[in-house]
Design a protein around this ligand. Structure first.
Ligand code: F6P
Length: 346
């Protein structure tokens, strides 16, 4: 087998690698090689053998020992054909691709080139369709919640509004869950463009009720509904060029929002961007278990010859869904979750 990790890193990647290598070896005497830096390693024929004994220590380790990249083979000359040729020359019979929408989108397209591929769903954003949860998400929510708890004590001491910007490009899952878990006064997600006047009015009412501090959790992809304000917020972003999959680099809405809130309400406001702190470090116990279940299930899919599929979590069970179903259609926040949050906001 070959295995690769693509896209943004995520707590639990190493736990999946460990599960694939050891379960493949113990159950079926499979040998596994790891491609370095995602699809780039396949294109450049860079890989290394993965030994079951050495892999044993990977369970709790953050990041990915294989490295990752946002390389898109289909953005390169003969990219798909080169992947096929290089897998064949390395005598890789089956490829396990661990990634989010971009990495698994490539995996899906490679099916048409005859590549035998199984996907494992990864992203802290939890925005991949076909699975109820991706591994890494729960760890990110835990990290963000701990940060919100800490921001709460300093916000209360200084009677401030603190805007906490979390990751979430298309979907506000981290903002919604960490916002609920951290008792935020406001939760702003990409799925629901926000009314800045209404946000400020709610914060004012809250302070007038005697709650002299507020935590506003905002996903990096959230924007105001008003087109002029949305343009102003967008121009506050980093401005870095798009990646190989066409995604702009986000980040900056928190600072912009804190400035607007302070100007409009008169309350002192600060912003904290959690950024890559949410992606780093050791996975929670939940994510270690989920990653292990996914890894073992991916080996079973390989053994069954069930390619073009992604392992997924549904109703607490590990199932297989087609890659086609999983990619190209981000899973946005369930409105019911936002309704649960609503009574506690403001
Ligand atoms: O992997 C998803 C993600 O964490 C997004 O939430 C975020 O927008 C993006 O990656 C950041 O990517 P990079 O690390 O390349 O800046």
């Amino acid at each position: 087998m070959g295995i690769l990790t693509g896209g943004g890193d995520c707590p639990g990647l190493n736990a999946v690698i460990r599960a694939v290598v050891i379960a493949g070896h113990v159950r079926y005497h499979y040998e596994t090689i790891g491609y370095l830096d995602g699809w780039r390693g396949v294109l450049e024929r860079r890989s290394r053998p993965l030994d079951p004994v050495e892999s044993a220590g990977l369970l709790a380790m953050g990041g990915t020992v294989l490295g990752t990249s946002r390389t898109n083979p289909f953005a390169q000359e003969r990219g798909g054909d080169r992947v096929v040729e290089n897998l064949a020359s390395a005598r890789v019979d089956a490829l396990i691709a661990i990634g989010g929408d971009d990495t698994l989108g490539v995996a899906h397209r490679l099916g048409a080139f005859g590549v035998s591929v199984v996907g494992v769903p990864k992203t802290i954003d939890n925005d991949l369709s076909g699975t109820e949860v991706t591994f890494g998400f729960q760890t990110a929510v835990q990290t963000a919640t701990e940060a919100i708890d800490r921001l709460g004590t300093t916000a209360e001491s200084h009677h401030r509004v603190i805007v906490c910007e979390v990751m979430g490009r298309n979907a506000g899952w981290i903002a919604a869950e960490a916002g609920i878990a951290g008792g935020a006064a406001e939760i702003l997600v990409p799925e629901v463009p926000f009314d800045l006047d209404a946000v400020c009015a709610k914060l004012t009412a809250r302070h007038q009720r005697g709650q002299f501090f507020s935590i506003v959790v905002v996903a990096e992809g959230a924007l105001p509904a008003d087109p002029a304000l949305a343009e102003s917020a967008t121009s506050a972003r980093s401005g870095a060029s798009a990646d190989a999959f066409g995604h702009a680099r986000l980040g900056g809405i928190g600072d912009w929002l804190a400035g607007e809130v302070e100007r409009r309400t008169g309350y002192e406001a600060r912003a904290t961007t959690l950024g890559h702190i949410q992606r780093g470090g050791t996975p929670t116990a939940y994510d270690r278990v989920l990653a292990t279940r996914f890894g073992v299930a991916a080996v079973e899919a390989v053994h069954d010859g069930d390619f073009g599929m992604m392992v997924a979590l549904r109703s607490c069970d590990i199932v297989r869904v087609s890659l086609q179903e999983a990619v190209g259609n981000p899973k946005t926040v369930d409105p019911a979750l936002l309704e649960v949050a609503a009574p506690f906001l403001g």
